[in-house]
Design a protein around this ligand. Structure first.
Ligand SMILES: CC(C)(COP(=O)(O)OP(=O)(O)OC[C@H]1O[C@@H](n2cnc3c(N)ncnc32)[C@H](O)[C@@H]1OP(=O)(O)O)[C@@H](O)C(=O)NCCC(=O)NCCS
Length: 143
């Protein structure tokens, strides 16, 4: 695996958020448009963008207080770049910036095993309240 050929960016400066929006929409991770997505990422504690020759190929972010709590969202890698360690790179980078924090996340039921690679464990006590609950109900997020 060689990921050094890719550019890893942690700042929102110079990022095309229409590209971010399109990537996240494509994978059903968010339906927000570019200008809102810019606010979402700018308001996040950690942002990671991976580019190949200027094209966005991967993204991820976390919200956090920077001291004790953090939550990971929007991890996505373009289909044609999958299986090359880019997802791992993004999550490793986020976790290194959240060092010492309790880190939580939820994922789509079809990706349940993914985060076990980083030592994440399923919790018995987590609760969630979403404005668009029907979608999460239909996709099998709730017990
Ligand atoms: C999930 C995703 C980010 C993985 O990206 P990737 O660059 O292919 O991942 P990597 O090559 O870094 O793989 C990291 C490890 O996770 C494993 N993995 C990848 N996708 C997985 C999945 N869906 N379920 C379980 N394990 C998975 C890989 O086998 C690899 O394990 P290894 O290190 O033992 O070989 C990518 O498939 C994606 O963007 N999917 C669509 C968006 C999405 O569903 N995101 C996650 C929801 S939050």
């Amino acid at each position: 695996m060689n990921t050094t050929e890719f550019e890893i960016i942690d700042s929102c400066d110079g990022i095309d958020f229409d590209e971010v929006s399109a990537l996240l929409k494509y994978y059903g991770l968010s339906d927000l448009d570019g200008d809102i997505q810019r606010q979402v990422f700018q308001n996040s504690y950690v942002t990671v963008f991976v580019k190949d020759n200027g094209r966005l190929i991967g993204v991820g972010r976390a919200i956090s207080d920077g001291i004790c709590q953090g939550a990971i969202y929007n991890i996505a890698v373009r289909d044609e770049y999958r299986g090359r360690g880019i997802g791992k790179l993004i999550v490793d980078e986020i976790l290194s910036r959240l060092k010492g924090c309790n880190v939580v996340l939820y994922t789509h039921p079809k990706h349940l095993g993914l985060y076990e690679h980083w030592g994440f464990r399923k919790m018995r006590t987590s609760y969630a309240k979403f404005p668009r609950e029907e979608y999460f109900e239909k996709e099998g997020f709730f017990e």
